[in-house]
Design a protein around this ligand. Structure first.
Ligand code: SF4
Length: 665
């Protein structure tokens, strides 16, 4: 696969292999893929994608696990000869596309010659090294501790040989390396074309590659970060890093609303202010320009920021900041003082004679922070929810974020994305609710869209049994945890462990885990005891293991085979109603005369439940038990929406049927 320049690929078109000739029995795929099976849904999806590309229309398509959806969109994309971005929710999928699916297609379609496709795999800027920052660091006394010095040496040696600057090549560098954070290529400190390392810059190189590629693989975060930069720059031709394309395929599209919301919002934090002060200090020290007046400006900014963040309403986690007006009435002077210290720092920097380019960038950052603080404290935008997040960042230290998030991203996505794109294809295993896409269309601002729910490739009725205990108490009551723990123990005895027990909250997970500790004959793994990938690996390798986990294991986790034979979910995964963004969305829908519970909360929970249960059946040969310990699905009127949205698993309320399913007498 070529990463460099070649003309756009139209090879497949020339060979004129139709989709049918590719996917159907006896076709190209059957001759080239060792595990070929004819999948009607896959061919249908490929036809729908091709039609959308040709007609320049948007398409939303739910394709369950086992459809083979990546090939179903890649083949029509290649046939179209258009330049296309493929945006995914997870790194796993990006890697699968780049390292597995596309090389496979190249072999299958162009067996005689190599490198017909120009493909580029782009990650977020913070995955790449900023050469300027690394060079600036050389000889500077800002490395703290032996560990940083060691990391510095490894990175400096690697920088001389790497072609991409992608930290993934540096396996020995720990995920949480503090040094990396100081030298990655985030846009904040980038001075663009004026940079002395511009010609050798990995980001410049990535941009160049993208311009020459037919298929550009990104993740949703990078896609929306780029889109919001373009929107802020009013679509100036050189804004952003992603090139113009004929279509965008959003895989794992059920995540779009959340990701888009975070990039079209505004966020400032005490950490961001401190980072600006640190960067200014380090740069001016290096350039022997740190005067007493700039030190004074920095000191004042630090103090006022600390004071201002300490005054913000107390609390941990995410909570709403509805009373901004009252807060400003009481603390307006402190807010103004903070704003003035940004002005002071900005003008001190501007006034520096013969300053290096990066100083202009610091002044711009100070001004940007000032504007963003202004928006966060004073804006009355009715489509924005203002909130605070406070996270513990070490002993006695808190990271405090002031946030503004659009309540409804639909109008923004409609104007900035869907109205501007010729063709967007949204796909995932979990997009439909009750067999339709009304919820997704409404949340994302999609209009005039083709739609398709593909038939499943799995025989869910025979492969999976869904058990709901009718006798457990309501999960909102205090009696629930003890009864649930008992039932989980019973179920795990039947399935001989081999289970994920998934919870909607940490508190519930820890409570049930503690109750079962020492009670089970199977190895118990707990989220938080090791990094996610290590826990998953241990689960795969440990016979009869049981993993207790929360939301991060509900999606993007793939364990095939008998090792995972049971998924237990504690309760219907409604979003926490007190979460500030959820609460604002609920309030807004109700205020417009809608019914937020049925239009937003239930459908969102349906999608999450489908994701969670989707962990169990990953191949045609998988078989197992799904247990939902929340019998509101049977007793409440809205339960029907969940039942109708799930695949047609065989269902039972009897433990005896579960025993029979596992051959336990
Ligand atoms: S152009 Fe930006 S990212 Fe690239 S080396 Fe220079 S400062 Fe770093």
């Amino acid at each position: 696969m070529a990463l460099t320049s070649q003309p756009a690929s139209t090879g497949l078109k020339k060979k004129d292999v139709s989709l049918y000739q590719f996917f159907a029995p006896g076709g190209v795929l059957s001759r080239t893929h060792p595990a070929y099976e004819f999948r009607r849904g896959q061919l249908q999806m490929a036809q729908s994608v091709e039609q959308a590309l040709e007609e320049k229309r948007h398409l939303i398509v739910e394709a369950g696990t086992g459809t083979g959806k990546t090939l179903a969109y890649l083949v029509p994309v290649i046939r179209s000869g258009k330049r296309v971005i493929i945006s995914t929710g997870t790194k796993n999928l990006q890697e699968q596309l780049f390292h597995k699916d596309i090389p496979f297609l190249e072999q299958a379609l162009f067996p005689d010659s190599e490198g017909r496709l120009n493909v580029c795999y782009m990650k977020g800027r913070n995955n790449y090294l900023c050469r300027k920052k690394l060079y600036d660091l050389t000889g500077q006394p800002v490395l703290s501790g032996l560990e940083e010095i060691e990391h510095y040496r490894a990175i400096a040696a690697w920088e001389k040989t790497t072609q991409t600057g992608d930290r993934a090549e540096l396996a020995e560098l720990p995920e949480a390396s503090a040094l990396w954070h100081k030298i990655d290529a985030r846009s904040d400190a980038c001075i663009g074309q004026k940079c002395s390392a511009w010609d050798k810059c990995f980001i410049t190189e990535m941009h160049r590659r993208a311009m020459e590629s037919d298929i550009i693989i990104v993740n949703h975060h990078l896609f929306f970060a780029d889109l919001s930069i373009k929107q802020q720059a009013e679509y100036a031709p050189d804004a952003g890093i992603l090139p113009e394309v004929g279509a965008v395929i959003f895989d794992e599209a059920h995540e779009l609303e959340d990701v888009a919301g975070s990039y079209f919002g505004v966020s400032v934090s005490n950490g961001r202010v401190e980072e600006l002060c640190r960067d200014v200090e380090a740069s001016l020290q290096r350039n022997h320009m740190l005067s007493a007046s700039i030190s004074g400006a920095l000191k004042s900014l630090r103090e006022r920021s600390m004071f201002f963040f300490a005054l913000l309403p107390q609390g941990e986690g995410r909570f709403s900041f509805e009373n901004r007006r009252d807060f400003l009435e009481e603390n307006g002077d402190e807010f103004m003082a903070l704003q003035q210290s940004f002005t002071r720092l900005g003008s001190e920097l501007e006034n520096l004679p013969s300053k290096p380019e990066e100083v202009f960038n610091f002044a711009r950052r100070a001004q940007e922070l000032q504007v963003q603080f202004g928006f966060l404290m004073e804006s009355e935008d009715p489509n924005t929810v203002f909130w605070i997040e406070r996270r513990r960042g070490g002993r006695d230290k808190f990271n405090v974020y002031l946030q503004a998030t659009p309540i409804d991203v639909a109008p923004i996505l409609k104007t900035c994305l869907f109205d501007k794109l010729e063709c967007a294809v949204l796909t995932s295993a979990t997009l439909a609710v009750g067999g339709g896409f009304e919820y997704m269309r409404r949340r994302l601002g999609l209009e005039h869209t083709r739609e398709s729910v593909l038939p499943s490739h799995f025989d869910y009725e025979n492969q999976a049994l869904l058990y709901v205990p009718p006798d457990l108490p309501d999960p909102r009551t205090p009696q629930f945890a003890a009864k649930a723990a008992d039932r989980i123990r019973r179920l795990l005895e039947i399935t001989r462990g081999r289970a994920f027990v998934l919870f909607t909250s940490y508190a519930q997970m820890n409570d049930v885990y503690q109750r079962l500790l020492g009670e089970l004959d199977f190895p118990m793994l707990l989220q938080g005891d090791a990094p996610k990938s290590a826990l998953l690996e241990e689960f795969r390798l440990t016979p009869n293991a049981v993993l207790f986990a929360t939301s991060s294991f509900w999606q993007g986790v793939d364990v095939q085979g008998e090792q995972l034979s049971c998924v237990i979910i504690d309760r219907l995964p409604f979003a926490v109603p007190s979460d500030p963004v959820v609460a604002a969305r609920v309030k807004s829908i109700d205020a417009e005369g809608g019914n937020a519970f049925f239009q937003y909360q239930v459908p969102a929970a349906v999608i999450t439940l489908k994701q969670g249960f989707g962990r169990l059946i990953r191949s045609l040969h998988d078989r197992g038990l799904l247990a939902l310990l929340d019998n509101r699905i049977l007793k409440k009127a809205y339960g029907r929406v969940f039942v109708e949205s799930l695949p047609n698993y065989r269902k039972t309320t009897e433990l005896a049927v579960v025993e029979e399913f596992f051959g336990v007498v």
